[in-house]
Design a protein around this ligand. Structure first.
Ligand code: BDR
Ligand code: CA
Length: 308
């Protein structure tokens, strides 16, 4: 089994990504690391633990990481994910256990060094933990197997500012560190494709596992309404679950390699990914960009995993 670390800022779609990663049984999940993002670090950690409780996964390591972006103030997303970050669904429940001792960037470093060329990192929140890990131990870029992150958009509008996507906007300095770290196998799963991975009510009702069906139905109820209002699409984008799904089956997406940088010093465009489609800057390509997704195949994979 492939060794995986999932790094999350557990909001509604991160939670569904966790469900996919745990239930797929594809991975040897070394741990789930948490980061400030959609909600505070403590809330993201509690949410992660609660989702694992729901799945009966009470032994999986959960390790807390950065409680703020590298240099910027917090930028929460309660408007999308609700006060508690999970659309209110588990708000009256307490997690059955606390997070483990330790700090996520150290956990990431140690795992990569203990299992050279074996660890896949899937990041579905701001990239703060990975940036801190790179700063502390730059060699990890040579020893990680691959990095897959959800974030950014290379063609089309952002979802927080006119040009930028949430995970990039929260901590653009972290994105810059990650993009320039020298990873040889790093894939971006951006809005370009996640906007075409839409979960609709009918897909939710078709889920055979009643606990998961009810959880996803309730936790995404407001999220789907908001998505419809904003985008005119009946359903909601499975941003983070698609990143996990790409780790399970790379053939769900088409990718192309480009040189990509991120804006960090603009009044209007901070967090925007700038993709050098025509190699104007004559730089080496540093990112595999997902350009197309097979939505039907994604939904089939999703259904088969969450139904079990
Ligand atoms: C990303 O932003 C967050 O709100 C979601 O959890 C996802 O990771 C989508 O832009
Ligand atoms: Ca997320």
């Amino acid at each position: 089994k492939r060794k995986l670390i999932l790094d999350v800022d557990t909001g509604i779609d991160d939670a569904i990504g966790i469900i996919l990663a745990v239930k797929s049984r594809e991975f040897d999940l070394l741990g789930i690391t948490t980061v400030n993002g959609n909600v505070s670090l403590d809330q993201a950690t509690d949410n992660t633990l609660k989702v694992l409780d729901l799945l009966g996964e009470t032994n999986l390591s959960v390790i807390k990481g950065a409680d703020a972006p590298l240099i910027r103030p917090h930028f929460f997303e309660h408007g999308v994910h609700g006060e508690d970050g999970l659309g209110g669904e588990l708000k009256d429940i307490l997690p059955s256990r606390p997070a483990e001792e330790g700090f996520a960037p150290d956990f990431i470093i140690n795992s990569i060094l203990n299992f050279p060329h074996e660890v896949t990192l899937v990041m579905t929140g701001p990239l703060t933990n990975l940036a801190l890990a790179i700063k502390k131990c730059p060699q990890i870029v040579h020893y990680v197997k691959e990095v897959i992150f959800m974030g950014g958009v290379v063609k089309g509008p952002g979802n927080v500012t006119p040009t930028a996507e949430f995970n990039m906007v929260v901590d653009p300095e972290a994105v810059k560190i990650v993009l320039h770290a020298g990873f040889t196998d790093i894939t971006q799963v951006g809005l370009d494709v996640t906007r075409h991975a839409i979960l609709k009510e009918a897909h939710i009702h078709a889920i055979e596992n009643p606990v998961i069906r009810q959880y996803i139905d309730n936790s995404t109820a407001q999220y789907r309404k908001r998505y419809f209002k904003r985008n005119g699409v009946d359903g909601c984008a499975m941003h983070d679950p698609l990143a996990v799904a790409v780790a399970i089956d790379q053939s769900l997406v088409k990718t192309e390699d480009f040189y990509v940088d991120v804006e960090t010093r603009s009044e209007l465009c901070d967090g925007q990914l700038v993709c050098d489609f025509q190699n104007r800057l004559e730089q080496d390509r540093n990112l595999s960009v997902c350009t197309e997704v097979d939505e039907a195949a994604f939904l089939r994979l999703f259904h088969s995993i969450v139904s079990s």
